[in-house]
Design a protein around this ligand. Structure first.
Ligand SMILES: [Mn+2]
Length: 272
């Protein structure tokens, strides 16, 4: 989105805010005179740079179940499998063209958010968005390399996740400590994103990866399901996301065990 906006509006200052290494430095003064464009984020506290609240205007392009209203410029299509599909639809509806670098990023967002076009919410317009991006120079081969090349540390950590996974009813649970990932030299961000290793196991309805934060106190959970709606339960624990894929932050040891019990119960509710 950033590359597109830079090319489309060369007279404007377009900056990407957030804690990741390749993001821009944005001052408080810049924030105050800016319009914030938030993408793919269900609620305010998940926004990477919390100074977005200082901005003059706030806009959002999203596809999560709407739990917060971001105002007049809030565009949410909760049926879309990826925020990138929503963004591409807006661009196409306005007859915009995009540079290849932008198309590549959008395609990678589309592939990763739809889990390689495998989510049940994937629809014809998802592939139309992909086709449009490829016609603007995006490469699926490059996307595969960028998205699915794993660092060796994550590969080693994956073995630990698998060996610590336990089945409670029809819920597969892995609770990982800080030592688990630090001892593999696997960064926290990579560790908490390992939930897909637990996916598609016969007889498992819900799977949850719970990762201790670097503070050694709190935990983050990634909850996925094969069809049981987990979003209301995640919301009850302060998290959210999609019907079958949610994240929960800031759990402590006691809420972790309560969450596991609740998920284990919920995992038995799917009709055969
Ligand atoms: Mn998304």
């Amino acid at each position: 989105m950033c590359e597109f906006l830079k090319e489309r509006y060369p007279g404007k200052t377009i900056l990407a805010a957030g804690p990741q290494d390749d993001m821009d430095e944005v001052s408080d003064e810049q924030m105050k005179s800016a319009m914030a464009l938030i993408c793919d984020t269900s609620n305010g506290y998940r926004v990477d740079d919390q100074r977005y609240t200082m901005c003059r205007n706030i806009a959002r392009i999203d596809h999560h179940i709407q739990v917060e209203d971001f105002g007049e410029l809030d565009y949410v299509d909760a049926d879309a499998p990826a925020a990138a599909e929503v963004a591409v639809e807006i661009l196409r509806a306005h007859g915009e063209e995009i540079p290849a670098s932008s198309a590549q990023h959008f395609l990678e967002a589309l592939i990763s958010d739809t889990q390689r076009f495998m989510l049940p919410s994937v629809r014809p317009s998802t592939f139309e968005a992909a086709a449009w991006l490829v016609s603007h120079g995006a490469s699926v081969d490059l996307a595969q390399k960028h998205l699915y090349t794993r660092i060796r540390e994550k590969y080693a950590y994956g073995g630990k996740v698998i060996s610590k996974s336990v089945l409670k009813n029809k819920c597969l649970v892995a609770v990982m400590s800080r030592d688990d990932y630090l001892s593999c030299a696997c960064p926290f961000e990579e560790a908490k994103n390992s939930v897909n290793l637990m996916a598609q196991i016969e007889g498992v309805e819900i799977w949850v990866l719970i990762t201790q934060n670097l503070d050694g106190q709190h935990y983050q959970a990634s909850v996925r399901s094969a069809g049981i709606v987990v979003e209301p339960l995640a919301r009850a624990y302060g998290g959210g996301g999609h019907a079958c894929a949610c994240g929960i932050k800031n759990l402590d040891a006691s809420t972790v065990s309560a969450l596991i019990d609740d998920l284990a119960k919920l995992s038995l509710t799917q009709e055969a």
